[in-house]
Structure formats: C-alpha cells, structure tokens
Design a binder for this molecule. Sequence first.
Ligand SMILES: C[S@@+](CC[C@H](N)C(=O)[O-])C[C@H]1O[C@@H](n2cnc3c(N)ncnc32)[C@H](O)[C@@H]1O
Length: 236
Amino acid sequence: MTPLIRQLATAAAAAYRPAGRWAWHFARGKLGGDPLFAALLAPGLLPRRGRYLDLGCGQGLLAAWLLAAGRRHAAGSWPAQVPPPPALAGYHGVELLDAAVRRGRIALAGADHVSLAGGDMTAAPLPPADVVTLIDVLHYIPPDAQRALLARIRASLAPDARLLLRVGDASAGLAYRLSRLTDSLVVVAHGGRWPQLHGRRLADWLGLLLALGYRCETHPMGGAGFANTLIVARPD
Ligand SMILES: C[S@@+](CC[C@H](N)C(=O)[O-])C[C@H]1O[C@@H](n2cnc3c(N)ncnc32)[C@H](O)[C@@H]1O
C-alpha cells in the first residue's frame, strides 16, 4: 500500500467514527485493503467529475473515499506525480440493510449532494448518473433479477455514462468460494441474514452484458487470493 492510499484510507474511515467502532474499523480495513479503491484513482477509469449511483452501497464507502481524495486535492496536498482524483458532483446510494444505511448517513452527513436510501435496488428508481456502480452486489439477486436490473440500467445510461461492476468468476474454484464467503460474512456483520448467492462464470457475465447492449473492458482484481474482476461497461 502506498503512503497516499494509507493516508486516504485513514482520512475516509475517520468519518465513520461517530457511527461506532465497528463501522470505523470496517471502513479502515476495507478502504486500505481492497485493491478496488486504489484502482479507482487510476486515470480514465472514472470521469474527471461525475454523479454516482451506487447500488448495494453498504455503508457508502465509495462516497467517503472520493470525498476524502477530493478534500486532500482541494487542500493542495495531493502528490504532484499522481493525476487529480475523480471529483464527486453527486452521490446517491441504495442499500437493503437498515444498519448499513444508518452508518453511512452518519458518516456522510453534511456532504453536499450526497444521499443514501434504504431499499431494494431491483425496484429502486434509477436517477440520472454518470457512473452507476454495482460493487460485489449483483450475485445477491437471482439470475432473472440480475438481467432485469442490468437491462434497466442500460436503458437509463446516457451515451457517455458507464456502469462499473465487480463480479466474481464462478469457475475460479477456491478463490471464488473465498470471495463469496467474505461477502456473506460482511452481510451478517452488517446485521443481515446469511445470503443465498447467485454467481456466474466471468465469461457468462460478459456475455450477458454484451447481449444487453454494453461494451466491456475488464480489470482483474484478485488481491488476497480472491477471484474478482472489475468490469467497465459502456452503452454500445
Ligand atoms: C459485499 S457488500 C458490498 C457493499 C458495497 N458495494 C461496498 O463495496 O462496500 C453487498 C451489499 O449489497 C447489499 N444488497 C444485497 N442485495 C441488495 C438489494 N437487492 N438491494 C440493495 N442492496 C442489496 C447488501 O446488503 C450488502 O450491503
């Protein structure tokens, strides 16, 4: 982990202190340890400035991360050799678990144009966004619902908008099972019930997205033996 990533993880996680020790420790561990968050700062993955719709947002870590990066950049202490971070023009998260919504609302209170709604993403309205995210989420809903949600997102996307999703590869054996075990434990730790998960092979996720009118680029995102891939899907 670079010093920048470590410092950003500490700064972003600090927002969760008023939400309790568990929320704070979880935020610090996830933001510092999950390679996704460092990857989001790579040039080109996210727009220079954008409105985010984060489906299955948990406690809103994505917003906390981008806000912490934006604050550091605005303070003039962003390293000169690192491209400026993606700026958050707005953020709306949707999350099923009340406890996670509550923690996220406490941490993100006071941030401009940031909101978290409790609810089921399969039925939630999809407000206009430059970036829609489904990070480690899609396998929580059954295959028909996955297809319907991805089709609804595709219909809502402006031509220059994008969907960012991270999925597991169900053909990856132990690494896949380890990823899914972690996801289940996270839900239980947030106060939910042990979930039933609905994985697909990576090739099948990509085939589904293609069939629904997306063009995709993939970024393998293993880390700690996990079998995850970040997919950037744009309207074709
Ligand atoms: C592994 S966590 C990932 C959370 C967040 N995306 C992150 O990266 O920190 C998956 C989240 O999806 C939520 N979720 C599962 N099914 C959902 C649904 N139908 N609608 C909204 N959220 C859902 C779970 O409650 C859980 O918080």
